[in-house]
Design a protein around this ligand. Structure first.
Ligand code: S3P
Length: 170
């Protein structure tokens, strides 16, 4: 049955973590953030993992973490924005849950994430470079079951919309 978990995917800055925490409280589900799990597993910050071990290593650990988290039940899984780069991650997340993709206009995403140095793939990047990455990822996010635009709504409103849609799946 594909209803046990809600996996939140989407580009950086679409509000996966904040929305996920609200959802977890409202539904009484456990909240997990894949980036936090990766950091705990490696004993390093995401930026340090990218810097000292490289993106491929990060993706390797991310795949292990997603596999473990996908086996749980009643969890809200906030995924890193690049989780969709691996089809295996997508199929693992779908095994026991629905995948909700949070979206936002590209200029809004840029404003939300620029000036933040915790995200190695966009730190110090120009607006155009970030737009290019958003464009590159677009097709991969179509793997989701549901899409919710977060551009003009608060995380609380977004969480309510996710809940309404989730109910239809039960
Ligand atoms: C990444 C997104 C980040 C984090 C890492 C790579 C990506 O997570 O996993 O920096 O490839 O889009 P958030 O989307 O939670 O910022």
């Amino acid at each position: 049955m594909r209803k046990g978990n809600i996996a939140l995917i989407g580009f950086m800055g679409t509000g996966k973590t904040t929305t996920g925490m609200i959802l977890s409280e409202k539904l009484g589900y456990r909240f997990v953030d894949s980036d936090d799990e990766i950091q705990n597993k490696c004993g390093l910050l995401i930026s340090e993992i990218f810097k000292t071990k490289g993106e491929d290593y990060f993706r390797y650990i991310e795949m292990q973490v997603i596999k473990e988290l996908s086996n749980q039940d009643k969890s809200i899984i906030a995924c890193g924005g690049g989780v969709v780069k691996s089809p295996e991650n997508v199929s693992n997340l779908k095994k026991r849950g629905i995948i909700v993709c949070l979206t936002a206009d590209k200029d809004i995403i840029y404003d939300r994430i620029s000036g933040n140095d915790t995200r190695p793939l966009v730190a110090g990047k120009s607006r155009e470079e970030v737009y290019n990455l958003i464009e590159e990822r677009k097709q991969l996010y179509t793997a989701a079951d549901i899409f919710i635009d977060t551009s003009y709504d608060s995380p609380l409103i977004v969480a309510n919309r996710v809940m309404d849609t989730f109910r239809l799946y039960r």
